[in-house]
Design a protein around this ligand. Structure first.
Ligand code: NAG
Ligand code: NAG
Ligand code: NAG
Length: 366
């Protein structure tokens, strides 16, 4: 068993706002998956990716995932680098919703709103390792987490699983599933990886090219919460139907200083797999293609990253990485016109993410 125990000096988490008295260092492991040109490192803390190493066009290896310098630094943070976010990722207005006539109050951890599942959520708990197939032809690891009734205010017990698998030619799948065990509940599990295809400490992503297969976005208010309306991307800085350089229109978004918006994936209906986004870094030649069954993808250009102590001595500043979080629409639980995020007992939530890495400029990119 290649489970490595980490030497963590355990923190007074209660003092930093976490009530995770039950975290024991011997429960935290680090796991490796390797296939083709990809080396992926994960931990069961937050069911999280810690690094993804992939060669550039000249064969030079680079780690293209941002992460904290130490796992301790991550545990201490309120951040979600590479982690599985839940029970409901993104924002819920005023941290409450009504379901089947019952009002549920959630942990408000962003002003009056809930974000990313609450103060602890799923990204700052220890997941169980259900299966670790390091030597399989398609190496994989599956994490599970049993979320209790009332956790962060959400109704009912929920059994969540996340599987990471390397397959094919430099492909990674992340498959998230959840079963409501006794009460209906909203579910929106999301992977919160920060990518920089030039390398996690190569500077900003502002020169990377992005294509997003979305003709619409969900309109947001000043708190970045959907109003319930949709807007066409046509003629706006949100039009990524053809590839654009991330930084080329950021000055048109002075309030957010960049992107932090949910794009409505064309054809996304929760079932069919659709292309969501492509990222191309011309300098390194690296390409990442993402497809999913999710109806939305949050494009965050790392606007608020500020002095984060990263791996290998890096210090991340604004735009050091970008996120393309495939997801349900934010605050869907308060918008009947959005695709429902409710999972009833007996039903299973399924979210598929497929990532393909290469160093060949895709069609339409130059
Ligand atoms: C963890 O948080 C405490 C309290 O904010 C701080 O003093 C300490 O330096 C942090 N440790 C790390 C590794 O970030
Ligand atoms: C939820 O919050 C509202 C408003 O603060 C309050 O009136 C209500 O009693 C709370 N409900 C529960 C179940 O705590
Ligand atoms: C938060 O809610 C309180 C009570 O309803 C209200 O007075 C306050 O203005 C709200 N804050 C924000 C930032 O909306």
């Amino acid at each position: 068993m290649a489970k490595m125990l980490l030497v963590l000096c355990f923190l007074s988490l209660a003092a930093s706002g976490f009530a995770q008295a039950s975290i024991k260092k011997q429960d935290i492991g680090v796991y490796d998956l390797k296939k083709g040109d990809i080396s992926l490192k994960l931990t069961n803390y937050g069911a999280k990716m810690m690094s993804l190493v992939f060669p550039d066009k000249n064969g030079k290896l680079g780690d293209i995932l941002l992460d904290y310098r130490t796992l301790e630094g991550y545990i201490n943070s309120t951040s979600h680098h590479g982690a599985t976010v839940g029970r409901v990722a993104n924002r819920i207005r005023n941290a409450h919703f009504t379901l089947n006539g019952i009002r549920y109050n959630l942990t408000a951890n962003s002003g009056n709103n809930s974000i990313h599942g609450g103060k602890i959520g799923f990204s700052h708990v220890i997941w169980k390792v259900k299966e670790y197939q390091k030597e399989a032809p398609n190496p994989s690891i599956t994490f599970t987490y049993h979320s209790f009734d009332g956790e962060e205010g959400f109704p009912g017990d929920l059994l969540a699983t996340v599987s990471y698998t390397l397959y094919g030619k430099n492909q990674l799948s992340i498959i998230m599933k959840a079963k409501a065990l006794n009460k209906a509940t909203p579910v929106n599990l999301v992977n919160h990886a920060f990518w920089n295809l030039g390398g996690h400490n190569s500077g900003t992503i502002l020169n990377e090219q992005v294509q997003i297969f979305a003709s619409k976005i969900t309109v947001v208010d000043s708190q970045l919460i959907p109003t319930g309306e949709f807007a066409s991307v046509k003629g706006t800085p949100f039009d990524f139907l053809k590839p654009h350089i991330v930084g080329s229109r950021i000055n048109q978004l002075p309030e957010t200083k960049g992107y932090d918006h949910n794009f409505v994936i064309d054809g996304g209906n929760g079932k069919k797999i659709n292309p969501a986004a492509i990222v191309f870094d011309k300098t390194s030649g690296r390409v990442m293609e993402i497809s999913t069954n999710a109806p939305g993808v949050q494009f965050y250009s790392g606007n608020k990253i500020n002095n984060v102590k990263g791996k290998d001595g890096a210090v991340y500043q604004a735009y050091a990485g970008l996120c393309l979080e495939t997801q349900a629409f934010p605050d869907a639980v308060n918008h009947p016109n959005f695709p429902s995020t409710i999972v009833n007992p007996g039903e299973e939530y399924k979210h598929y993410m497929f990532f393909k890495f290469s160093t060949k400029a895709p069609h339409g990119f130059s």
